[in-house]
Design a binder for this molecule. Sequence first.
Ligand SMILES: O=C(O)c1ccc(O)c(O)c1
Ligand SMILES: [Mg+2]
Length: 631
Amino acid sequence: MTELARLPKSIATVCLSGALPDKLEAASAAGFQSVEIFENDLLTFDGTPADVRRACEDLDLGISIFQPFRDFEAMPEPQRTRNLDRAERKFDTMQALGTDLVLVCSNVQPGALDDPARAAADLHDMAERAARRGLRVCYEALAWGRHVKRWRQAWEIIRIADHPALGLCLDSFHTLALGDDLSGLAGTVPPEKVFFLQLADAPRLAMDPLSWSRHHRLFPGQGELDVTRFLQDLLKAGWAGTLSLEVFNDEFRGAPSRRTARDGLRSLLWLEEQVGRVQLPRLPTLGGIEFVEFAVDAAAREELGRFLGGLGFARAGLHRSKDVELWRNGAANLVLNAEPDSAAAERFEQLGPTVCAMALRVDDPERVVARAEALQYPVWRERIGEGERHIPAVRQPDGTLVYLVEDPAQGARPIWEDDFSVSPVEDSPAPLLGVDHAAEAVAPGMMDSFVLFYRTLLGLQAETLWELPDPYGLVRSRAFVAPNGSVRLPLSVSESTRTGTGRFVSALAGAGMHHIAFAVADVATAVDLAAARGAPLLDIPENYYEDLAARLGLEDAELLALQRRHLLYDRDAAGGVFRHAYTRQFRDRIFLEVAERDGGYTGFGAVNAPVRMAAQRRDARPGVDRTSSAE
Ligand SMILES: O=C(O)c1ccc(O)c(O)c1
Ligand SMILES: [Mg+2]
């Protein structure tokens, strides 16, 4: 593929938090060439438009557009004349700002006339006045406009108006929210008449377009609208201009502006890749989770080791040069890192024993690193000893590391052989088959950064959102899954700080992995063995089994076998079955799960999560024995 020139990138100030100077700095630092100045950001700024112009010049930022100009067209007199006067005053502002383009969004006033010819005449007058000053006007259909809701209607008015200083503004949200698209643009609208393009994604919500647009827009790739196809259709029509992000989102308004701006730029790079404009280092083929790493010190390692021993993990190797141990059961590897002056130590100092990293098996680690660099995700390289393997890592949005290791299933030499002296451990009668899934709790406002990270860097696909009642609030959970099913990462987020997820996130001042599920071939045997080793398994109330019997009509014997072991059960529409059991929590930081999948089941037993969360809360009540390990 030949690399076409990258398209210039712009971001609306409304996407970012803070005062106008913060927004401008964040946009510039992320690498945008220009900004859309949102009128409200100018009105609330304590300085003149000329000051804004200078601030932008100092940051090497252009001003792509000034917006919005509302409720202009097709008004009866005397508003019509007043609106033209109002336009002249905005032109003054634009000239002081140093931008030549203004966005007029379609009229939402109940008094607006349903008269395309009048709308065209008004816009023609405005364009004529703009042109006298060397300015231009673009017209955008708001999905909730009084009469003009769709781009075809807006275009029809522009066509009738027929003025060189008047063009169309396309906004992916307004088009896609109405179930519309840009097919039919090519051949209808000359590409040079598309004066401006605004891009936004969104989750699919059953909601009126106005509320949906004002609160829930997202950057491309973070939501569920087909923004890629939208841009493809536009490029096919011969358009080549600036890609500008326009996102109204309640969480973005409160999030650090630099992080948001950087995510915005990443989303556009990804989108350009999607439409074939640029070639980033290819997405990896994933082969599962090779290990999960815990930050510990010597004492925490003792305690965690006892907890892990309950699930049959045993020390299987020592790092050649560092204070790092490999614990293993079957094909599941855990790394306990107590090395001072490491990324793990940094995390331990702040948070105590927690998961600090995971390692993904990929076809080519260095290619993932190159992709991360192209997408501006920070890369981490730990210092290594003589003859040791270098394992590159990328930082997730919460600062934890994702190591990238070559997939032994594709012939690579396992990493353990170079860096560890590995001793064989006794074979378990029910060995773990590996990590089935690993769940992370994410701070409110961080979910969308994770979505972008998993989707753009690793190519994981987002599954349906689950809303799960915890006894003390709601937990939202969404799984990210590799196309080949080898990696499954459910993420949960909770607005309430009283839920299990919320408590974990506030205790850990951010986010992190709090739950690791291991795959087993026979969960009943695995649980019996764990119980015999004294593993702290989580009790499930009898009511659960009553409901299970009623809901799924299980045989008495099967029900009893589940109940006796505190196993949870789920069945999908195609008859796939999931049987799973949980340990109690290790210091409120982590819990483990063993899970058996049969018949092509692809879920996570999400229906059982409320039962699990309630059981964990009972377990954590004061006065209840909370020992985290079996002695
Ligand atoms: O929500 C609005 O009013 C609004 C204003 C300007 C836009 O470009 C837009 O897409 C929406
Ligand atoms: Mg818009």
